[in-house]
Write a protein that binds this ligand. Structure first.
Ligand code: 6PG
Length: 240
């Protein structure tokens, strides 16, 4: 399903409302809400809206468990850290119990960081599949999502839930959840606003490129809902 909003603000508000609705539903049904958050610039406003009234007061924060889809292997206080961004925008202002906030830590040790995060997820989900209640993803202009970058070995990964990847353009390692894990989620939502995403959005949604070139095409929930939140500027090249 593709939902088109007039602008970034409307899209961010819709994403925040989706988070709040799914949180309330998951907590009512299963007693907890496991959410996988995206980094990058796009979701920042959505996180800020979640941290403000009225939504902040409608979310059962004590049952929220926060995970990240990917992280740059930089120190925790580095401005490029996805965990730091989510803290500043949301977690510093919302009462999620600290023990339920699970940043990926991989500075200086990407492979160990990935293994540690996978272990944490395997404990959290127990014998069941890693079924997040909600996954937010961003879309890079080169078709990457989370840290699933074009042409990298992690795209072939079928066993590991979490893997390290070297991003040559940045000269930096990252750690990312793999596509098979993301695809187990109950709901996956891409947030893709802005003129700059128009071409890649058309290629991902309406083209037939190999996912090794356009990794966002690896995302397709096996037994869950799939919602694209885009704005008019990003949607302007879509035929349908
Ligand atoms: C990260 C990501 C990445 C991001 C896209 C889009 O960079 O941390 O998780 O996949 O979502 O690169 O980034 P923007 O939202 O900044 O355009």
């Amino acid at each position: 399903m593709i939902r088109v909003y007039p602008d970034m603000e409307a899209l961010s508000r819709a994403a925040a409302e989706l988070f709040a609705d799914e949180a309330r539903r998951a907590v009512a049904e299963r007693g907890r809400f496991a959410v996988l958050l995206a980094g990058g610039e796009t979701p920042r406003r959505c996180y800020e809206i979640l941290a403000e009234a009225p939504l902040r007061d409608l979310i059962p924060w004590d049952a929220v468990h926060v995970f990240w889809g990917d992280e740059r292997c930089v120190p925790a206080d580095d401005p490029r850290s996805n965990a730091a961004m989510v803290h500043r925008a949301l977690l510093d202002h919302a009462p999620v119990p600290e023990a339920q906030v699970h940043p990926i830590t991989c500075a200086g040790a990407p492979r160990e960081g990935a293994a540690k995060y996978e272990k944490l997820l395997r404990v959290f989900f127990g014998d069941g599949p890693p079924r997040f209640d909600l996954v937010f993803l961003g879309l890079g202009e080169n078709g990457h999502t989370a840290s699933l970058f074009p042409g990298t070995a992690v795209l072939e990964e079928r066993q590991r839930w979490v893997a390290e990847v070297y991003v040559a353009e940045e000269g930096l390692h990252r750690v990312t959840l793999t596509a098979p894990v993301i695809n187990q989620a109950a709901l996956v939502s891409f947030l893709a606003p802005g003129e700059g995403k128009a071409e890649v959005l058309r290629e991902v949604l309406e083209g037939n490129a190999d996912p090794r070139i356009l990794p966002a095409r690896l995302i397709s929930p096996a037994d869950g809902k799939f919602i694209w939140l885009v704005d008019r500027a990003a949607a302007r090249l879509l035929r349908h």
